[in-house]
Design a protein around this ligand. Structure first.
Ligand code: DAT
Ligand code: MG
Length: 148
């Protein structure tokens, strides 16, 4: 079963959207494998967004992500990397499809409320960076009604 790293960003936490966002993943059938509420240390933010270091918006991005607590999660399910991102919507909320998290709760690219890993390689990297070995392997009783 595939796993991905998802983060509820500081704007969503401040706006009281944690429950709403987690509900959307839960209702879709996605399983939670790890979760923590935390302030992001500067070095962790820099490492997380290392691939974007040369971008003009990089320092704003690091400031944003360290500006308040976040909820970091590992989610699990069939094709969950792709499915979590489609539940979130595209990067710029202005272009996101109605019904996605970013379209329903955000307006601007620099306040787009959630993060989700974009590939198997990055999912593995981000899960290790944020959680190390602290990911819970468990069976849900409803799994047989969600996974074929
Ligand atoms: P995503 O978060 O959809 O995977 P990304 O990895 O390309 O998008 O970028 C990471 C974050 O950086 C994104 O959520 C918001 C910010 N960002 C991306 N492109 C941007 C841009 N052109 N201007 C400002 N912020 C941007
Ligand atoms: Mg990305």
């Amino acid at each position: 079963m595939e796993k991905t790293f998802v983060m509820i960003k500081p704007d969503a936490v401040q706006r009281g959207l944690i429950g709403e966002i987690i509900s959307r993943f839960e209702r879709r059938g996605i399983k939670i494998a790890a979760m923590k509420f935390m302030r992001v240390p500067h070095e962790l933010a820099e490492e997380h967004y290392e691939a974007l270091k040369s971008k003009p918006f990089y320092s704003d991005l690091v400031t944003y992500i360290t500006s308040g607590p976040v909820v970091a999660m590992v989610l699990e399910g069939t094709n969950v990397i792709k499915v979590a991102r489609s539940t979130m919507g595209v990067t710029n909320p202005a272009d996101a499809l109605s019904g996605t998290i970013r379209a329903d709760f955000a307006l601007e690219i620099g306040r787009n409320v959630v993060h989700g890993s974009d590939s198997e390689e990055n999912a593995l990297k981000e899960i290790t960076l944020w959680f190390g070995e602290n990911v819970t392997d468990w069976q849900r009783n409803v799994d047989k009604w969600i996974f074929e």
